[in-house]
Write a protein that binds this ligand. Structure first.
Ligand code: TRP
Length: 463
């Protein structure tokens, strides 16, 4: 064990681990995607369902990943190989590593956009700009392949640099600085947004639930969002857990990480919805353009908008960075453990690969018709479907293949609560796999025949 700890690295402190894992979870998913899907799905009722998904499905899957990781002290592929040698289970780890690489390559492109927006707001380009000009700034930038590529490259290099530093001296150190900064900026933005005239309308959209808007597809969106946001289903939490010692309490760690991730997403809603409703004529349901197309229209009109706009995009850039670190680490851990490459070589080569594979994404938003839609496809197949498939197999593996009592034993190291692990065992064996299987069937039906499960059920039931 000492050898494993010595060669693979280890977290330096409990708070360092929690911040790094929370950093891995907190990302564009919280600040960009959460308000977007909340806006599209009617506000408060969605938020409540989302919270339910995090508690009932997210936390148990996170605990499953952390326990496999700590038990095996290995990358995702090695972890499955250790517990189930000579079986196909290692393919679940392999899918996770591949998914990490795929998401990383496109994620760095969007992360690059956030950096561009920091510069655009600092330069005051949004001051006095009309909605048309704001849209023009966005479309001109995203369709300029060379410029998008340069920002993408910058993110890849920054991420490689931090990951090369190792677990304690690289990832943990960076997270200890970045995460508190992120929270501070977010709180500042929330305060600004809540004190704008007309903010109360946004608060009521966000906090008064209208359950008549809820249907199965709203529940599906909440589930998908929970996995993406908590970085589950691809072995990221497994990898972060593999650098933990037996003294650590996995149950409280999973709770803290999920709480941090969910609180940041919830706060992001408070930064965005009151501001959105304070400006005439904007709708929360615009979709993915919310952040880049709609928010500048707000920073445009409010006092000190330039400052707050810059702070906002800087926040997004930091959140994205702690996630690209997590994504790269999963793939790097694979090459270190399985291929015996050095950390430096792994980070450099995987980084180069992610840069090159990110190019079609960088050119997919108007720069090249050939690659049109490439980035969206990567986020759909790897950011949604593959994560759900991975999470399903992780539940089945822990609940049914790895002896559940062995899993419970791992969880009980460092944990003094007696009831929680038993509730967890029930959720991970029955509830989680069933719920995830339903989301997957729904997704496949939508892809294959263009109907959601809800629509088919409604038809069938004559509703
Ligand atoms: N959770 C990240 C976000 O909200 C995205 C993500 C998904 C991720 N899987 C991951 C990040 C694995 C790091 C590692 O933006």
């Amino acid at each position: 064990m000492t050898k494993a700890l010595f060669t693979r690295g280890n977290w330096g402190s409990r708070i360092g681990f929690i911040l790094a894992a929370a950093g891995c979870a907190v990302g564009l998913g919280n600040i960009w995607r959460f308000p977007t899907v909340t806006g599209q799905n009617g506000g408060a009722a969605f938020v409540i369902i989302y919270l339910g998904c995090v508690l009932l499905l997210g936390v148990p899957v996170m605990l499953a990943e952390l326990s496999i990781g700590r038990r095996t002290a290995s990358d995702p592929v090695g972890a499955f190989k250790t517990i189930a040698p000579n079986s196909l289970w290692k393919a679940v780890g392999g899918l996770g590593v591949l998914t990490g690489f795929m998401i990383l390559s496109s994620y760095c492109v969007v992360a690059g956009w956030t950096l561009k927006y920091v510069l655009v707001t600092i330069n005051g380009q949004f001051i006095g700009a009309s909605p048309e000009t704001i849209t023009h700034i966005f479309t001109t930038f995203v369709s300029d392949g060379t410029s998008v590529t340069l920002y993408h490259l910058f993110y890849v290099v920054l991420t490689v640099w931090i990951v090369t530093g190792g677990i304690e001296k690289g990832i943990e150190k960076a997270s200890m600085i970045l995460m508190p900064t992120l929270l501070l900026i977010l709180l500042l933005l929330v305060l600004r947004s809540l004190t704008l005239p007309g903010a109360s309308q946004g608060i009521s959209f966000y906090l008064s639930p209208d359950f008549s808007k809820v249907n199965l597809s709203v529940v599906m969106s909440a589930l998908g969002q929970a996995f993406f946001s908590l970085s589950l289903g691809m072995g990221a939490m497994l990898t972060y857990g593999s650098y933990l010692s037996k003294k650590e309490n996995l149950v409280s760690s999973a709770l803290y990480i999920s709480l941090a991730d969910t609180s940041i997403a919830f706060l992001a809603g408070f930064a965005i919805f009151p501001a959105l409703f304070s400006v005439e004529g904007l709708s929360p349901a615009v979709g993915s353009g919310l952040i880049f197309l709609v928010l500048p229209n707000i920073f445009n009109q409010i006092p000190f908008g330039q400052l707050f706009g810059t702070a906002f995009f800087f926040l997004l850039a930091i959140a994205a960075l702690t996630s690209t670190i997590g994504l790269l680490e999963v793939v790097v851990a694979y090459f270190i453990d399985q291929k015996k490459w050095s950390r430096k070589k792994s980070a450099l080569l995987v980084g180069l690969g992610a840069f090159l594979f990110g190019l079609p994404s960088a050119y997919s938003n108007g720069a090249s018709t050939f690659f049109a839609g490439f980035m969206d496809a990567i986020f759909l197949y790897f950011g949604e479907i593959s994560l759900a498939v991975g999470a399903l197999f992780i539940c089945l593996f822990v609940g049914w293949k790895w002896n559940i009592s062995a899993a419970l034993k791992e969880i009980r190291y460092g944990c003094s609560y007696s009831l929680v692990p038993s509730i967890w065992a029930f959720l991970i064996r029955y509830i989680c796999p069933t719920a995830i299987a339903i989301i997957l069937i729904d997704q496949f039906l939508l892809e294959l025949i263009g109907y959601r499960l809800t629509a088919i059920m409604a038809l069938y039931l004559g509703l």
